[in-house]
Write a protein that binds this ligand. Structure first.
Ligand SMILES: NC(=O)c1ccc[n+]([C@@H]2O[C@H](COP(=O)([O-])OP(=O)(O)OC[C@H]3O[C@@H](n4cnc5c(N)ncnc54)[C@H](O)[C@@H]3O)[C@@H](O)[C@H]2O)c1
Length: 324
């Protein structure tokens, strides 16, 4: 009931997470304004949303303050998902990453403040932890980002907090841990490892591992990330930073084996190559704060999420591939 008749903005609405969030918000009865400059998003991701009378889309850039001021009138919540969202690309183009992410969030926060938007929820990232020692990351730990992307996300979190502290704007940052699922891009070298490996497996190619494959990740199904955003909208978590993950790490070696099992391609191998700069060795979410503050509980085990994602992919692309 909470979202019925609420007016919300989703930035990055044509992207992977933004479009999944948009669909859920519409299902819950919100009026959604989606904005995206289509730098990495795909308009087809919004095919369902476009059929809904409560949705409007603007091809626009979050660095355009005047535009944001225009659309923020009477808005209850902004879900800020738009970003320069690739770690390896940020290593190549740190200035662009900073411009989109840091100047982008400043615009969103300034527009929200000037137009009396009630709440801003921000898509931060586990990359802010970087080299922080310890497998299980909690929000109180020191943050030592090791990529321009991680540094930019940390700066964004700081601005989120400052706009709460100084101006009283209700802001919450969610630190997502490696998200996967339907609509994730699978057509670029900068995409997440699950999409790349699934693509390789179905094309009968060995899976390429950067490093020794013993690095672990907390792969989180996109529907759990959407659930977390929905909860933040409803609850009071102003000024907070909260981890959102599966709370269940898996090494890349084991992930590779699982993907080969699910796709029935156990004849393929993992092929090892040099580690990538900016890559984190271990990362896994302590979810205590998310549980206590939001009542968040991940609903998807990694194998379940992978199966649902691959089945979706096979259906959408009309592939002749059985998912086990
Ligand atoms: N996917 C993950 O594993 C993950 C993990 C941690 C955090 N995040 C964060 O979650 C958010 C969504 O990520 P995603 O995986 O859906 O990536 P995505 O690239 O699919 O979505 C980002 C969207 O933002 C849009 N965009 C980029 N620059 C823009 C600009 N200047 N103005 C307007 N729109 C712009 C892109 O076109 C894209 O549609 C990002 O903030 C990302 O940093 C993602």
């Amino acid at each position: 009931m909470f979202y019925e008749n609420k007016k919300v903005i989703v930035t990055g609405a044509a992207g992977f997470i933004g479009s999944n969030l948009t669909d859920k918000l519409l299902e819950l009865g919100a009026g959604v304004i989606g904005i995206d400059n289509l730098f990495n998003g795909r308009i087809e991701n919004l095919d369902d949303a476009m059929k809904n009378k409560n949705f409007q889309f603007h091809k626009a850039d979050v660095r355009d303050l005047n535009f944001l001021l225009e659309i923020c009138e009477d808005v209850d919540i902004i879900f800020h998902e738009a970003a320069f969202a690739s770690v390896p690309q940020s290593v190549k183009m740190p200035e662009n990453c900073n411009d989109v992410n840091v100047n982008g969030i400043l615009n969103v926060l300034n527009a929200a403040r000037r137009m009396d938007v009630k709440k801003v929820v921000f898509a931060s990232s586990s990359s802010v932890y970087g080299e922080t020692p310890g497998l299980k990351k909690n929000e109180e730990m020191r943050r030592v980002p090791i990529s321009p992307y991680g540094a930019a996300k940390l700066a964004c979190e700081a601005y989120m907090y400052v706009y709460y502290h100084v101006y009283g704007l209700k802001t919450t940052s969610l630190r997502y841990f490696n998200v996967f699922g339907p609509r994730q891009r699978d057509d670029s070298p900068y995409t997440g490892v699950i999409a790349i490996w699934f693509n390789r497996a179905r094309n009968d190619q060995n899976l390429i591992v950067f490093g020794d494959g013993e690095q672990s990740r907390d792969f989180t199904y996109v529907k759990d990330v959407v659930q977390a955003n929905i909860l933040v909208g409803e609850k009071d978590a102003a000024g907070e930073i909260i981890n959102i993950g599966a709370g269940n790490p898996i090494t890349l070696n084991n992930l590779g084996k699982l993907i080969l099992k699910l796709t029935g391609k156990e004849n393929l191998k993992l092929e090892y190559t040099d580690p990538r700069p900016g890559d984190i060795k271990h990362s896994f979410a302590d979810l205590s704060k998310a549980k206590n503050m939001l009542g968040f509980q991940p609903k998807y085990k990694q194998e379940e999420g992978l199966r649902e994602y691959f089945k979706w992919y096979v259906k959408i692309h009309n592939l002749n591939l059985k998912i086990n």
